[in-house]
Design a protein around this ligand. Structure first.
Ligand SMILES: [Zn+2]
Length: 314
């Protein structure tokens, strides 16, 4: 039997056919059309049908279709309640795919929750009963697994780690409307903002970026930090310190065994780790602070593998 999976992201979408072990057998990547959901869901149907035709498969050959969505999702009804990046509201995603692709079992989940479920089945999550999956990218998102179960919370929003407050003295504005959130201080967006600011403040840093042909962004900063540039290392330390504060709250409340980090900034985890560790030592309860802080092995396909694992869930 095969698994169909769709990872619908804010900018890119992946459609794929996988086997039950999570091996991707065929995939199609395309840009997400955010202007209207009808057009984009139609593109997803077309991509799935192309893959099925290419592999000579019928709807009956699939255990199900799993869909990862960037927003608030009712995982029981398969309705996308709200997607902030595109302003989509109340889209009956599962029903649409069931009708138009013909696969009867369709499961939908929020993308970060899907990553945590995928990590549990196909990644490092197999080693832990209690862990947090954290996306550090443009924003910061999280999903909580306790006692091997995904925690959804009273309103379905559990794991909003991006809006833990980590800075009170000089709080930056967060897209959520509040100030001092982890998303405003420990995200990829914060890394870019601090790198640009430092470029204006430090002629030596500006010169170092120019000399290596680097842009004042996350990659530029990480590249200079790797080369030992003091300014770049300071910025990385700052981002790591904030991440460590957020992680410390999670440790104290949940007594987790690990944090698994994904998203673009995870590529620089080795540069952030010393300051994350120092911050955790300073802020988390002593007996609980010795946790694993690791990068997901699932990489760019984390949400896709998560989508696939949804249909394998009991
Ligand atoms: Zn916020």
């Amino acid at each position: 039997m095969y698994i169909a999976a769709l990872d619908i992201g804010g900018t890119k979408t992946i459609a794929a056919v996988l086997d039950e072990k999570g091996v991707i057998l065929a995939q199609e990547n395309f840009s997400s059309v955010t202007a209207n959901h009808e057009t984009h869901l139609e593109l997803c149907v077309q991509a799935m049908k192309n893959l099925m035709q290419r592999m000579d498969l019928m709807a009956e050959d699939f255990i199900g279709l799993g869909v990862s969505l960037p927003g608030i999702v009712n995982n029981e009804s398969g309705v996308l309640i709200y997607a902030p990046y595109a302003n989509w509201e109340n889209v009956a995603v599962a029903e649409f795919f069931r009708t138009n692709i013909g696969i009867s079992k369709v499961r939908c989940e929020n993308d970060v929750n899907a990553c945590a479920i995928g990590e549990q089945r196909f990644g490092l999550g197999r080693n832990y009963t209690d862990f947090i999956w954290m996306t550090v990218s443009t924003g910061v998102g999280g999903a909580v697994v306790e006692g091997s179960q995904l925690v959804r919370g009273g309103h379905g929003f559990a794991g909003e780690l991006g809006h833990l407050k980590v800075e009170y003295k000089t709080p930056a504005h967060c897209p959520c409307g509040q100030y001092g959130c982890l998303e405003a201080h420990g995200s990829g967006t914060a890394l870019i903002r601090e790198t640009r600011k430092r470029k204006l403040e430090s002629p030596a840093f500006a010169k170092a970026l120019d000399e290596m042909g680097l842009k004042p962004d996350g990659v530029g900063c990480a590249t200079l930090a790797k080369a030992g540039n003091t300014d770049a290392l300071e910025i990385m330390d700052q981002i790591g310190t904030y991440l460590g504060r957020g992680i410390s709250y999670c440790i104290n409340i949940l007594d987790i065994q690990a944090i698994v980090i994904g998203g673009g900034v995870a590529a620089s985890l080795d540069l952030l780790l010393p300051s994350i560790r120092a911050s955790v030592q300073q802020n988390a309860f002593k007996r609980m602070q010795d946790i694993d802080i690791i990068k997901t092995p699932l990489g760019y396909e984390a949400a896709l593998l998560g989508a696939a694992s949804l249909v394998l869930e009991k």
